[in-house]
Design a protein around this ligand. Structure first.
Ligand SMILES: [Zn+2]
Length: 439
């Protein structure tokens, strides 16, 4: 007798990511009650299961939902507001002034909804976010039906959200308490960067992270000037300072990690930290190229992040996979550096491991949440296709994503988003904020 299940997906290829490096043909993925039940040969699946819904994808590759390991989702409302500036001028002259005038709960809710729609449409099912008004961000991610780790941002200076480090932490932790137990939303502590957060605050963040079992999500070693300034101010490089303060550890996600010497890499590896590699943002702000291959060979967990739409300006992890692979080759003069399977691993299981969520997401493995993404490689510009993973990294973009599931629930089908909010409504939001930001 056949077992009844919710969903059977029959794609041309399945790339489960775990075990590493394999591509399955003539296989199906069985989903029930939001979980992946089995990955098995198609004939066997047809004998074993009676599916409520069967989705046939004859020219598609099915991969795990992508994990965006570093984002500022609400900044989708500031896409293109200031281009072609280096990080500190971009922050001081454009971003921080605009944020102090415009950021509010409504701004964050609207911007995060917009980003969630862009991410889900591009196969991203989990987002590690860092911004203000975490309550509004959590509300938007939950409304969009996307998994998110919402950062509780900490700064020493005031913004519309909070006045000083104590206030950021107090308000952030209250939001976390209010959302406790939500199946798709969890939180991290997000001290912005070593140049905006004091020693005492970093130590408090570490104590809270240990006490509450939360990841720490922080920008670090992004630019060469950040390191020069840190040596002038603290007499030490930022990572060495964080190590001295006891902040480095297995739950630390170091974002960017562009400028690293051997000692920095040893520190990250020794403490079991993860890195969120954001190649496009690093290129666009002229920050440099993170040594991704050296990090990987040191055994450091590396995931991929888009960063915010104001410094990217396209929230597309296919683009990040491609840039990560190409930059690794260009910077090492080695075409074998960071092959396509490694780039896909970083965009899925690598990010999940950094978040401590690899037991539940990041690969197409029985028992994990059915967070899945189908990419259509049947069009003439994706053909011929000798290796679908090569095409995912070197050819495809978010526009090739046709189906997305979170928890086994359909978020995109046949290229059409199935969100509570439609494109017309999203355009109304962008137009409203465009007018406000332009004035
Ligand atoms: Zn960032």
């Amino acid at each position: 007798m056949k077992r009844r299940i919710d969903l059977l997906i029959t794609p041309r290829w399945v790339v489960p990511v775990e075990p590493a490096g394999i591509t399955l043909e003539n296989h199906a993925v069985a989903v029930d009650a939001g979980l992946i039940l089995a990955v098995l040969p198609l004939d066997e699946a047809r004998l074993r299961y009676e599916a409520g819904t069967t989705v046939e994808l004859p020219q598609h590759v099915l991969i795990p939902g992508l994990v965006n390991l570093h984002a500022h989702a609400a900044m989708n409302l500031m896409r293109g507001i200031a281009d072609d500036l280096p990080l500190m001028r971009w922050l001081r002259e454009a971003i921080w002034p605009a944020e102090s005038r415009h950021v509010s709960a409504a701004f964050v809710r609207d911007g995060t909804l917009l980003a969630a729609a862009e991410m889900l449409g591009g196969g991203i099912t989990t987002c590690n976010d860092m911004y203000f008004y975490p309550d509004a961000a959590a509300e938007a991610f939950a409304a969009a039906g996307m998994r998110a780790v919402v950062g509780l941002t900490v700064l020493e200076f005031p913004t519309p959200w909070a006045s000083d480090a104590d206030d950021y932490l107090r308000k952030g932790l209250a939001v976390r308490d209010a959302w406790r137990g939500h199946p798709g939303i969890s939180f991290s502590l997000a001290p912005h960067a070593p140049y905006t957060v004091s020693d005492a605050t970093f130590q408090r963040v570490r104590a809270l992270a240990d006490e509450l079992d939360l990841p720490i999500h922080t920008h670090v070693h992004e630019t060469a000037s950040e390191i020069r300034d840190a040596i002038a101010e603290h007499g030490t490089r930022p990572l060495a300072r964080l190590a001295r303060l006891g902040v480095l550890g297995e739950n630390l996600i170091a974002v960017h990690a562009v400028h690293l010497d051997d000692t920095d890499i040893e520190l990250l590896a020794h403490h079991g930290c993860s890195v969120a590699h954001c190649p496009t943002s690093n290129m666009k702000l002229g920050s440099g190229i993170a040594p991704a291959t050296r990090l990987l060979s040191a055994g450091i967990r590396v995931g991929l992040g888009s960063d915010g739409a104001a410094s990217n300006n396209r929230i597309d992890l296919f683009q990040e996979m491609r840039h990560a692979a190409l930059l690794a080759k260009a910077s090492t003069l080695d075409a074998s550096a960071l092959p396509a399977h490694t780039a896909l691993h970083m965009a899925t299981l690598g990010g999940a491991r950094a978040l401590g969520l690899d037991g539940s997401i990041g690969s197409i493995s029985p028992g994990k949440f059915a967070d899945l993404c189908a990419v259509d490689l049947g069009g003439p510009f994706s053909q011929p296709c000798f290796d679908p993973v090569s095409h995912l990294v070197y050819v495809a973009g978010r526009e090739h994503v046709t189906h997305v599931w979170v928890n086994g629930e359909s978020r995109v089908a046949k290229g059409v988003p199935l969100l509570q909010i439609n494109d017309k409504e999203l355009l109304r939001i962008t137009s409203l904020w465009h007018t406000r930001l332009a004035n």
